[in-house]
Design a protein around this ligand. Structure first.
Ligand SMILES: CC(C)(COP(=O)(O)OP(=O)(O)OC[C@H]1O[C@@H](n2cnc3c(N)ncnc32)[C@H](O)[C@@H]1OP(=O)(O)O)[C@@H](O)C(=O)NCCC(=O)NCCS
Length: 149
């Protein structure tokens, strides 16, 4: 069954500046997860998305049995590709005409990170710029709670 969940990204002052989401791909074992994210235009290039992606990777690898997490970007989305490279994703290749945007099918770039490449939590013991909590739209899930599952 297709499942998608959104978490808002909050700064330490409580202001909401974007979201990060995860959804499962249609896969018989349900172990193929993909993430997506958006940061408000006036808050970009300050490292917030990089931190949020590290946080959701910790959350997903700690709370799910996924072997890999993937992300896809438009070929010309340099900022998104840079975020993925900074957070340990590896580029797999071009997905031809896989993403629909502004009325046309465009090429995408597929990235992934394997559980063995993630190795251990990067964020849950550290204090950075964001509230170290994922605020889900419908319910709250903290890294600590995920770790205890
Ligand atoms: C992609 C996005 C979420 C990044 O958020 P962010 O908070 O600005 O990301 P970060 O600040 O953590 O990192 C951005 C990195 O990209 C770099 N960057 C910015 N524009 C770039 C470009 N055009 N080409 C290459 N790198 C670029 C920044 O310099 C930074 O790298 P650095 O830390 O090495 O200097 C944001 O640009 C966004 O919301 N875009 C619109 C929605 C979107 O594209 N979502 C992704 C769909 S897959």
């Amino acid at each position: 069954m297709f499942e998608q969940k959104y978490f808002t990204i909050e700064k330490k002052d409580g202001s909401r500046i974007g979201y990060v989401s995860h959804f499962n791909m249609l896969h018989p074992l349900g172990k193929l997860l993909e993430i997506g994210y958006v940061i408000a235009p006036n808050q970009r290039c300050k490292g917030y998305c990089t931190e949020a992606v590290r946080l959701i990777l910790d959350y997903l690898f700690l709370s799910r049995s996924a072997e890999r997490i993937q992300a896809s970007t438009h070929v010309d989305n340099g900022a998104s590709q840079r975020v993925l490279e900074k957070t340990g994703f590896k580029k797999e290749g071009t997905m031809r005409r896989a993403l629909f945007n502004k009325g046309d099918w465009k090429d995408g770039v597929l990235y992934s990170i394997l559980r063995e490449e993630w190795k251990e939590p990067k964020m849950h013991t550290r204090t950075e710029k964001l509230n170290n909590t994922l605020h889900a739209v419908n319910n709250r899930a903290t890294i600590e709670r995920a770790r205890n599952k």
